[in-house]
Design a protein around this ligand. Structure first.
Ligand SMILES: CC(C)(COP(=O)(O)OP(=O)(O)OC[C@H]1O[C@@H](n2cnc3c(N)ncnc32)[C@H](O)[C@@H]1OP(=O)(O)O)[C@@H](O)C(=O)NCCC(=O)NCCS
Length: 204
């Protein structure tokens, strides 16, 4: 098993892992259809373009077992989404039905994000762990911790001193690996699905 920077050809496998790992969160908004997967794939391609080496995969025999996406500066994502035309295309595709989202689903997603952004506006800016997941067939084999360790190491190499993430309080394995790697809970936030723990890791 090696942890390497993700390449464009890994994005399909990353999207599949995301859909398996976060099935409940996706189906809260919409069934996991091919159109929804296509939309998610576009988002991962954007993350890959914007965050480059901060997007890593755990690879064995050319198969992706897990991934991590870190953001040294989240503003890069909004700039990348705007300048690449991604945001415009995403809005148009959602409205035209290309992503299989009904207007009410689209509204629910935006409302959920707004609830979260209200919280984001009140916290100090920091680097963020945007997403981490391991294929369900390979949980509890230490892959998540390897990805997290490499992600933190990479952020350190960029001079990042403070990393933030959010986790559901009942996500025992996630909270456990975060605590093992120096994150501690500093507060809570809420969206339509419930509570988030806000966790921070700071270099001393
Ligand atoms: C969170 C996640 C990335 C962890 O990946 P992983 O490869 O399974 O993690 P690891 O094997 O490195 O470590 C998991 C740890 O949790 C422990 N664990 C797992 N389930 C547990 C449970 N129900 N109770 C207590 N500990 C548990 C494991 O024993 C292990 O700890 P240990 O090394 O001290 O024994 C993976 O579970 C996942 O993809 N989950 C779905 C996506 C997700 O929730 N992502 C995080 C969003 S915040």
């Amino acid at each position: 098993m090696k942890i390497i920077s993700a390449q464009a050809q890994h994005i399909d496998m990353v999207t599949e892992i995301f859909c398996l790992a976060f099935e409940n969160s996706i189906t809260f908004f919409t069934p996991v259809t091919q159109k929804v997967k296509n939309a998610l794939r576009e988002i991962f391609h954007l993350l890959h373009r914007v965050f480059g080496q901060s997007f890593m995969v755990a690879l064995k025999d050319n198969e992706v077992y897990g991934y991590i996406v870190m953001a040294d500066d989240i503003k890069k994502l909004w700039t990348g989404a705007l300048t690449s035309g991604f945001l415009r295309k995403a809005i148009m595709s959602s409205i035209s039905g290309e992503y299989g989202l009904t207007p009410s689903t689209f509204y629910k997603i935006v409302q959920n994000k707004l609830l979260y952004f209200r919280f984001e506006m009140t916290t100090k800016p920091s680097a963020q762990l945007l997403s981490i997941a391991v294929h369900p067939n390979h949980h509890s084999k230490g892959i998540g911790q390897k990805l997290l360790a490499e992600g933190i190491k990479h952020m350190k190499s960029l001079g990042v001193k403070r990393i933030k993430l959010e986790a559901r309080p009942d996500n025992i394995s996630a909270v456990k690996i975060y605590e093992k790697h120096g994150f501690h809970t500093v507060g809570e936030a809420k969206d339509l699905q419930g509570k988030w723990l806000i966790m921070i890791r700071e270099e001393r």
